[in-house]
Design a protein around this ligand. Structure first.
Ligand code: NAI
Ligand code: 2YC
Ligand code: MG
Length: 259
């Protein structure tokens, strides 16, 4: 399980603002507008209880503080519980939280206690990064490449298939590709460099997963992957538009999806 590090979360709001500019320039919408387009909701001043969780690898030093900065950014009423785990959960409930945010090493959820809606970070991250790629104003077709069909990439590919895009996919895990072909009808992409894409969703925990042969004249790479799958040299030489951010964009989608 690829876990965030405190270094990933440094300068979080600078990274967010930088990516928001790129998203606005290349889709005509900002993150809040894209979240609204997907879920039809708008944040009010919902009270968000952020509960540190000590299980597994334990607390990531600035993870809860990052979540608080995100709830503030979207104008919501966030608070971090003084205690972790069950005591923290009780504190959030008695502290009149409308929505709970908490993550162990496997699942990161948003749970709305008022309407019962629940969202996972993996699905919401896949959906919003897929939506960003799909709205690329310089796209040359409705063909899109998804690299990595795991928890994030599969959700993104499913969202794109449902939106009517022609989804090519690649993943070394044969079982995952069989499932994706059967359930989503994705087209297996062979990295032979013949077919080029103007929209790429990359969701792997590996670097250098994007090769020059995949990239069309104008191309938007939308990736939550850590580290980034696009080699810097290729990005610079081909003038690739890159959306890559470690946490905020996915959490924004979680919050909009449970309001
Ligand atoms: P996962 O482990 O469930 O899936 C990753 C998939 O990528 C696997 O199926 C693997 O076979 C495939 N893969 C590995 N190397 C590949 C390659 N060279 N070409 C094609 N496929 C390849 O991981 P998950 O949970 O889907 O997360 C993916 C990445 O996104 C991780 O780096 C994770 O840390 C990151 N992440 C980032 C978030 C953000 O907000 N920025 C939020 C959630 C996850
Ligand atoms: O500080 C805490 O409460 C920790 N229990 C938080 C652990 C988060 C672990 N998950 C991750 O690092 C990844 C992120 C990319 C988002 C989803 N999973
Ligand atoms: Mg993100």
């Amino acid at each position: 399980m690829a876990l965030l590090t405190p270094e990933d979360l440094e300068n979080l709001l600078d990274k967010l603002n930088h990516n928001n500019e790129i998203i606005k320039k290349n889709t005509g919408m900002d993150i809040a507008e894209i979240c609204h387009a997907i879920y039809g909701t708008n944040p009010g001043n919902e009270r968000i209880g952020i509960i540190p969780i000590t299980s597994g690898n334990g607390i990531i030093s600035n993870f809860s503080a990052s979540l608080l900065a995100i709830t503030d950014y979207f104008g919501m009423d966030g608070f971090i519980t003084k205690h972790p785990d069950i005591t923290g959960y009780y504190e959030a409930i008695t502290g009149k939280a409308d929505i709970i945010l908490m993550a162990d090493d496997h699942i990161f959820i948003a749970h709305n206690l008022r309407n019962g809606k629940i969202a996972t970070n993996h699905v919401c991250t896949g959906v919003i990064y897929a939506e960003i790629a799909s709205r690329y104003i310089h796209a040359d077709s409705k063909e899109i490449l998804v690299i990595g069909m795991g928890k994030v990439g599969y959700a993104g590919a499913e969202h794109l298939v449902n939106k009517g895009f022609t989804v090519y996919a690649c993943d070394p895990d044969k079982k995952i590709m069989e499932k994706a072909k059967k359930e989503l009808g994705v087209i297996p992409y062979r990295c032979d460099g013949t077919r080029k894409f103007s929209m790429v969703l990359e969701a792997t925990p590996n670097p250098n997963t994007i090769s020059e042969g995949m990239v069309a004249e104008r191309c938007l790479v939308s990736t939550p992957g850590i580290p980034c799958g696009l080699p810097e040299e290729i990005g610079r030489r081909k003038g690739v538009d890159l959306v890559m951010e470690p946490l905020v964009i996915g959490v924004a989608a979680m919050l909009y999806s449970v309001i």
